[in-house]
Design a protein around this ligand. Structure first.
Ligand code: ADQ
Length: 489
């Protein structure tokens, strides 16, 4: 109809992230099986209906030959995904090296890996070169698919060099960049040999977003102290050009969790779990097995709690689900053995012939199992040493409408700023404090639990991932309109 013809078509949104929302597994020379990975970012953007969204990123598989590349490109196109092909050498230097061994620990205040410190200093330059090269490869793909009017949204620490590459191709491109990790104090960022180049590149974006005001403030101070630029309430100014910097706290698709609890399959899991742990309070940890999540610290705090509270020993169980990640990085292998050792010791000390205090799983759970677990939990323990936001705490709250369990939450997770009033906030390095909080949480009155839960539930239900994505993109559109008005004045 004529009305339909007149309706403006949806704005195209190009989402650029290191990994695509699907992983490809090669099954034959020309055939690939695609597995969708539903993470926070994917569900956030699925909910944003006002844009025509496409994804650009690495499919997590090495495809050296043209035939394979063409086949995979075709398979991915059906899912609105566009692949960036990275070879093994680049993945090793850029992804395992610069991203995961340098930027990740640094942004989480963990410094460089201890005994590798000197080795890392030596290999630094070649890894940074690979990082820039990889970012340029992402830029080439974006540029090839870009159409006038598109919005380009770059994600995370893997792609800090991307805004600059994109603007070099086309100054008119609307470019936003969002960081999912913390941005550290400028005193930490200063130690990075490539500190200035990375900041300058990010500043090429029109809008730069973080989870919290603190991270945004750290970024602005790094720009003023390291680059000598001016920080304003809107962002960072460089010779009259403003890069807008702001906080956009992410959320979850809470309805997806709330509705899942009604499914017969989830109810069945819940029933099994309740029977299995009848008579005991259930404590839960769900983390990627990563240094930043403070898993050893959490276990030590639980051990201290059991030491000091003998009456609780057979009345509480800690379920720690730790999905292994980045298995190629030696630090992660060391962490796995450390965690296993502590779990073994605690179970040896406090277990009986029929029950152990900790059930530790080195694997991920499927969505339905996870929802059931969240729903039957009495106390969730999030002890991140640093965490950009931490969505596990949001997911737990979303699933607790009937149980009204307690969230013990690290003050170093971004989520402490949004769920702080309902959670018990702790310093995860202080094992005595965490142990005392466990006791407090287990014995908390129903009234207090109800009050705390309501506060957090309201937040989780209203600050959704869809709202987060829509706000970022509309702010990016506005930022560009304002910049155009400024230059016209
Ligand atoms: P992550 O460090 O991965 O994310 P988080 O925000 O908690 O941390 O998200 C993890 C996701 O993986 C959750 O959706 C959780 O359900 C799932 N998950 C974790 N362990 C699992 C397991 N064993 N089985 C099944 N699912 C599991 C990064 C930053 C965070 C930031 C997010 C989003 O480090 O700080 O909140 O990005 O910006």
């Amino acid at each position: 109809s004529q009305r339909q013809d007149e309706r403006p078509s949806k704005q195209r949104l190009l989402v650029v992230a290191n990994r695509l929302p699907v992983s490809a597994v090669r099954e034959g020379v020309e055939s690939y099986r695609l597995e969708i990975s539903v993470g926070g970012l994917v569900s956030a953007l699925l909910g944003v209906k006002e844009f025509d969204t496409r994804w650009i990123g690495w499919a997590g598989v090495n495809v050296p030959d043209d035939v394979g590349q063409r086949a995979l490109t075709k398979a991915l196109a059906e899912m609105r995904c566009i692949p960036v092909f990275l070879d093994e050498e680049i993945v090793n230097q850029y992804y395992n090296g610069y991203c995961n061994n340098i930027l990740w620990p640094l942004f989480h205040y963990l410094g460089l890996p201890q005994e590798d410190r000197l080795a890392t200093t030596r290999t630094f330059q070649s890894q940074f070169d690979a990082y820039k090269k990889a970012n340029q490869m992402f830029a080439d793909v974006v540029n090839k698919h870009y159409e006038k009017g598109d919005v380009v949204w770059c994600h995370d620490y893997h792609l800090m060099y991307l805004p600059k590459c994109l603007k070099e191709y086309n100054e008119q491109m609307k470019v936003g960049w969002f960081l999912h990790t913390p941005f550290p104090s400028s005193e930490i960022h200063r130690t990075l040999p490539s500190r200035s180049e990375l900041l300058r590149s990010v500043l090429a974006a029109d809008l730069v977003g973080f989870h919290t005001y603190d991270y945004a403030r750290h970024f602005v101070s790094a720009c003023t102290r390291i680059l000598g630029l001016e920080g304003t309430p809107e962002g960072v100014e460089d010779h009259g050009k403003l890069t807008r910097v702001a906080a956009f706290p992410i959320g979850i698709d809470s309805d997806r969790f709330i509705q899942a609890l009604e499914l017969p399959e989830v109810q069945e899991h819940m029933k099994e779990l309740k029977e299995r742990f009848a008579g005991r309070k259930v404590m839960l940890g769900v983390d990627r097995l990563d240094m930043i999540k403070g898993i050893p610290q959490k276990l030590l705090a639980f051990e201290k709690f059991l030491e000091e509270n003998s009456l609780w020993r057979d009345k509480v169980v800690l379920l720690q689900i730790a999905v292994p990640t980045r298995k190629d990085v030696p630090e992660y292998q060391k962490l796995t053995s450390q965690v296993h050792e502590i779990v073994g010791r605690i179970n040896g000390r406090f277990g009986t012939l029929t029950a152990v205090p900790i059930h530790h799983l080195d694997r991920s759970l499927d969505f339905h199992e996870l929802c059931a677990l969240y729903a039957v939990t009495d106390v969730a323990l999030v002890t991140s040493l640093r965490d950009g936001m931490n969505l596990v705490s949001y997911e737990f709250v979303a699933c607790q409408a009937s149980k009204k369990g307690v969230l013990i939450l690290s003050e170093f997770a971004g989520a402490a700023q949004s769920l702080g009033a309902g959670a018990i906030l702790v310093n995860p390095w202080n094992i005595t404090e965490v142990a005392a909080s466990i006791g407090y949480a287990l014995e908390m009155s129903a009234d207090e639990r109800e009050k705390r839960h309501q506060f957090n539930f309201k937040h989780v239900e209203t600050h959704t991932s869809q709202e987060w994505a829509a706000t970022f993109v509309s702010e990016l559109n506005d930022t560009i309109v304002e910049a155009q008005l400024r230059t016209r004045q």
